[in-house]
Unconditional design. Structure first.
Lengths: 308, 537
């Protein structure tokens, strides 16, 4: 197990290296001149002299390889560079948006787990009976709603009509509820379905019959069946968590949530390459780490997986 | 209860408790601001960095905190931080007599020395401001005594006072906020002389402006303004309905589409107001492109577009129909120009004169080539898409097949810079920038205006006249030059005038005093109040 973790961590170095080169090259192929974009975004007039000066200030007049080496050197020493558009340190920009996103992601994750596991257990227990059909219908309906529409509907109902919650922004602890519910809708159906199918399959296994024969209570048996049905969901969750942390632009925009999704999409629109580059790098690290964590979790659940 | 369900309920409750405890980690400092004396304003953008000498922040926020020597009013330039001024007979030396007793919000007195320091800070970053011709005309500045400031120019430059009154860069920040005596590398505080002070700013979330209690002029009636960042226009409208937001204020449909504005106005729950016409909305016809390069085709398009139908049908009659690029009330623009009226029959004649004959499918052909052109626009602007569709139908009637391509904003701007378009939108900057700063920008290759004009035989003449105009001391000659530039541009048929745009505002009916500044980029918060004004007898 320890060897597997070490090997995967070591693998992270070439992965990051590769990703950084690919993203750097892809970004450099963009037809827009980031210096001119930065000037326009700030409502300045892109005179040829100003474009030249800005290119020089941003180091864009140097060859791509030099820029890459420069950037890589900075990253090694913990400096992610400065935003082309507002001149602020990229690390500071990300550090500001990150907590909001992590906070939203954690609440969303808790909701996903509560709703999807509860739904899966109900569905599996009442397989093909009314509760199962009802829960599946609800999940189907909610997951079919596009995020922006669901978000606006929820906002209209709970914030405007019922006046229970604020519409948007980070105005208080209750502000997170609507964006988290909206964000969780898309995930709940996936997990509920995975776990439901797995639980139904597991419940027909011999050991369940044996356990039932031994007089195990229904509650304990359900817990055992549930634990033995989490493998698929855990692997999928390993990818969902970084996806949640990667930020949800639509939900963050609708609910004016100051997270990383908005930061990154704005950076893409503004061709703010240092922010995009840092974002890609951080997301790569998160995806690799969470993938590893889910493998470790699966190994913990199922000893047969521990061989690596 | 079934034991399974019981254990599940316990499990669910535990998870819900975790979720709830996580919600408690939120930001507790930003509770709702009391409504009575505080205004909640919604903007799609954060105020960002409002250093008055840079271009990194929202202009409306910069104008709340920092003030100029003179201001642009509807009836011309008026004194502000300067009580009066003298101009030397040769037009090169401007002497300003500063208002006494004014202080920056950090307590530093507003003196001629501090004005000089600010002007020097701006000049130290000359390239950044080079779009303003004035920057190149400033020779030096002097502070002969505490309340006299002198600006010496290289040539007499007529828009000097207007440009000193712009939102940026000639506004004043306390010298104590400067870094190494300048502002180009940032500032350490945001102390201006204006009616508002920044009390709190959370990036991408909100900014709170408090009333400057030491303000030299009429103090704002409201105690504070909360500038809320709401990137989504739908959310903005829902927040307005809920009462979280008191005011939405927007130039050119970016925050308020015409449809949303109309709906709110009809509902009657909010007050919806529009400014007087501020800027010119036009369509550029590229004089360098293969088909629109022919002036006869441009003349045809000018007459084929039913702008009245666009103004009434698409813009819901909110804007005024434009027959010329600039309205007659724009300084120097009351020039006799023959308006091109909607006349599809005459448009068809022009097409035939240009050699484009009707084809089998109704689209004209010339030398075996179909008359196909493309109109590019920023895909996020739904209003522009609808206008383009109306134009498409109009052009189809005279046998022009116009395609509409919506592009991501940057791609659209890249296209503008490279001149690879037949048709594009153009929006002038509005008062007080029109016409001089807008003219000046026509000389910049990255602008669509430059690219659309470059195929004109007299483009060098137009550019030269613009350059001469800026430093022409004689008012009569300036009038003649402006008239000539406008005539050449009008005759070239490069701009299809559509309408004169207006700034819109929607606000709670409990809010009074909502008005518009001369510049569409500023918001006069200082006159707004929740106190009902006394009825005039």
């Amino acid at each position: 197990m320890a060897r597997m973790i070490l090997r995967r961590l070591l693998l992270l170095v070439p992965i990051l290296f590769g990703i950084s080169i690919v993203s750097f090259v892809l970004i450099a192929l963009s037809p827009s001149d980031p210096a001119e974009v930065a000037i326009r975004v700030n409502a300045m007039v892109p005179t040829p002299e100003l474009i030249a000066q800005t290119r020089h200030e941003l180091g864009l007049d140097e060859p791509m390889l030099t820029r890459y080496v420069h950037w890589l050197g900075g990253v090694m020493s913990g400096d992610l560079g400065r935003s082309y558009v507002n001149g602020r340190a990229v690390a500071a920009e990300i550090a500001e948006a990150f907590p909001a996103t992590v906070y939203l992601a954690l609440v969303t994750l808790a909701l996903i787990l509560v709703i999807s596991l509860a739904s899966a257990v109900i569905c599996a227990r009442y397989e093909n009976r009314l509760p199962d059909k009802f829960v599946r219908l609800m999940i189907f309906l909610t997951s079919a709603l596009p995020g922006f529409w669901a978000g606006l509907l929820l906002m209209w109902l709970f914030a405007v009509e019922l006046d229970w919650l604020p519409t948007s922004g980070m105005r208080g602890p209750e502000s997170v509820i609507l964006p988290a519910v909206t964000l969780s809708l898309a995930y709940v159906s996936t997990y509920a379905r995975i776990v439901r199918a797995e639980m139904i399959r597991t419940s027909h296994e011999n050991w369940v019959l044996f356990a039932r024969g031994r007089g195990l209570t229904d509650a304990r048996l359900t817990v055992h069946v549930l634990l033995n049905s989490l493998r698929g969901a855990a692997t999928a969750l390993g990818m969902s968590i970084p996806k949640l942390i990667a930020g949800a632009f639509v939900v963050e925009s609708i609910f004016a949530w100051p997270g990383i999704g908005r930061l990154c999409i704005t950076a893409i629109f503004n061709r703010d390459f240092p922010i995009i580059q840092a974002y890609v790098l951080i997301m790569a690290v998160l995806f690799v780490l969470f993938n590893l964590a889910s493998d470790v979790f699966v190994a913990w659940l199922d000893p047969r997986e521990r061989g690596g | 209860m079934d034991p399974t369900m019981k254990s599940l309920s316990v499990c669910a409750l535990a998870c819900a408790a975790v979720a709830f405890s996580l919600t408690a980690c939120g930001d507790k400092n930003s509770a709702k601001v009391p409504q009575k004396n505080s205004l909640n304003y919604a903007s799609m953008k954060d105020i960002r960095n409002i250093n008055p000498h840079l271009y990194l922040g929202e202009m409306a926020a910069q104008a709340m905190v920092f003030e100029p020597l003179v201001i642009n009013a509807h009836d011309g330039v008026k004194p502000w931080l300067a009580e009066s001024w003298d101009i030397s007979p040769d037009g090169k030396v401007y002497t300003f007599h500063l208002r006494k007793g004014v202080k920056y919000s950090d307590g530093t007195p507003f003196t001629a020395q501090s004005v000089k320091q600010n002007i020097d800070a701006v000049m130290a970053n000359r390239t950044r401001h080079a779009w303003l011709d004035m920057i190149n005309e400033i020779d030096r500045s002097e502070a002969p005594d505490e309340h006299t400031f002198r600006l010496v120019l290289k040539h007499p430059y007529f828009p000097t006072l207007i440009e000193l009154g712009l939102t940026r860069p000639f506004r004043f920040i306390s010298p104590k906020c400067m870094k190494d005596g300048g502002t180009k590398d940032g500032v350490s505080c945001l102390a201006g002389t204006g009616p508002w002070m920044v009390a709190e700013h959370k990036n991408n979330q909100f900014a709170v402006f408090k009333r400057n209690e030491g303000y030299w002029g009429a103090k704002p009636k409201l105690e504070s303004i909360r500038w809320n960042v709401l990137p989504d226009p739908q959310t903005m409208l829902l927040s307005l309905q809920k009462g979280e937001i008191d005011l939405v204020f927007g130039a050119d449909g970016d925050q308020l589409t015409s449809d949303a504005f109309d709906k709110l106005q009809k509902e009657g729950r909010f007050a919806a107001v529009v400014s007087r016409p501020v800027a010119s909305r036009a369509i550029l016809l590229n004089s360098k492109a293969p088909i629109t390069g022919d002036i006869l085709v441009r003349e045809a398009i000018q007459r084929a577009i039913n702008r009245q139908a666009i103004v009434q049908g698409v813009l819901n009659g909110r804007e005024t129909e434009a027959e010329t690029l600039f309205a007659k009330n724009v300084p120097g623009c009351d020039v006799p120009l023959e308006a091109r009226k909607y006349d599809p029959a005459k448009a068809a004649e022009f097409m035939e004169k240009a050699g484009w004959m009707p084809g089998a499918d109704g689209v004209r052909v010339k030398d075996g080539k179909r008359c196909e052109i493309t109109f590019y626009f920023n895909s996020r602007n739904t209003q522009e898409k609808t206008i383009a569709e109306a134009v498409q139908a109009d052009l189809r009637k005279i046998g022009i097949d116009m395609k509409i391509v919506g592009e991501e904003k940057q791609a659209f701007l890249d296209r503008q810079r490279t001149g690879k378009f037949d048709m594009q939108y153009s929006l002038s900057w509005g008062a007080p920038y029109d016409p001089q700063s807008y003219f000046s920008s026509w000389r910049i290759p990255a602008h669509g205006d430059f690219q659309a004009q470059i195929g004109l035989a007299d483009k060098p003449v137009i550019d030269k006249e613009i350059t001469t105009l800026m430093t022409e001391p004689s008012e009569q000659k300036r009038k003649e030059l402006t008239a000539d530039i406008l005539k050449r541009i009008h005759d070239s048929a490069v701009y299809v005038p559509v309408s004169f745009s207006r700034t819109k505002a929607v606000h709670s009916t409990a809010l009074y005093g909502v008005d518009f500044a001369v510049s569409q980029y500023e918001i006069p918060f200082e006159f707004m109040t929740f106190e009902k004004p006394a009825q005039k007898k």
